[in-house]
Design a protein. Sequence first.
Length: 396
Amino acid sequence: MALKLNHMSFGSQKLPSFALPAMASFGSPKFFMASPLRSASKKVDNLKNTFMPHEEVQVEVTHSMSPQKIEIFKSLDNWVENNILIHLKPTEKSWQPQDFLPDSKSDGFYEQVKELQERAKEIPDDYFVVLVGDMITEEALPTYQSQLNLTDGVRDETGSSLTSWAIWTRAWTAEENRHGDLLNKYLYLSGRVDMRQIEKTIQNLIGSGMDVKIENNPYKLFIYTSFQERATFVSHKNTSKLVAEHGDIELAKLCGFIAADEKRHETAYTKIIEKLFEIDPDETVRAFADMMRNKIVMPAHLMYDGRDENLFNHFSTVAQRLGVYTTKDYTDILEFLVDRWMVKDLTGLSADGRKAQDFVCELPLRLRKLEEKAQLVAKRAPTIPFSWIYDRKLML
Ligand SMILES: [Fe+2]
Ligand SMILES: [Fe+2]
């Protein structure tokens, strides 16, 4: 899971905000709770402020799926076992972060670290900012597992439940955990980044959570995860390609292995939605449209390093400029999913279902037009410091 993309209003439709760096970058006030007058509660309140998301979080709808539909998910347990769990890899056959890192017990450890640092010298700062942002996103995994376990009909009720849904969630989390772990260790060894600032950002992000409007609704959850896994796949794959062009084949390999995991996850989640389209097309297409109307907000959108109040937008803008993850990718993913689930061919829908179908099928074209406008705005890009790279400045 992962990735960037916040959004700004653009006319009546929303567009990923990193397409609009100059407009998105400055002036958004930090969000504070009102403090009470009494000093004891003021102290408590100040402490609470420390752990509040640094931007305002909307009041969300909860449990938007009707309780009767929970039966659908219970009845799918065998299907999940036979069709979804097969996309997991047993631990013994999985790569581990250590496979790509110097072995601290070997005699050649210091030499290997030196070689890693030499290779890293060839990679420009921009790429390090993107790698750091991706790593921080992966490191907020506790938030994503919580999100899955907040979802009606599929949550792990006990923490070690033997339903196929729960097994998937735990095993998916365990696979994902390797991603943040590997990137974190690589970045630490690279000697190029301010680990303390990065670690603060991770702590703040996990403390803030995420606000992605899934509403405890499994239809919405699996639309979201389908989109996210593909977005992460695209991002890691592009990073791999770009760092290879800068001569760091080892780093390229590592990003490529993470991308391959994301691809397997995408396959599993898109298969779940494909099944839901077969069983309950009306609810599924309405969930798809709702998620796209609200826009797919990226999981790390609340990241904060204690300094830059628009850190996520700035990180996303660098990713956009490098071609690691762009507004075009966002639209491509949407188009891919519309085709993958054959949304255009759905029949027998309610009036609301048909409206939702039209909305998602027409959305890619509308977003393409907005991309062109946004590119014109993006040319007015400022330069800003990133604390993750010791306040060295980058052009947005
Ligand atoms: Fe993933
Ligand atoms: Fe991941």
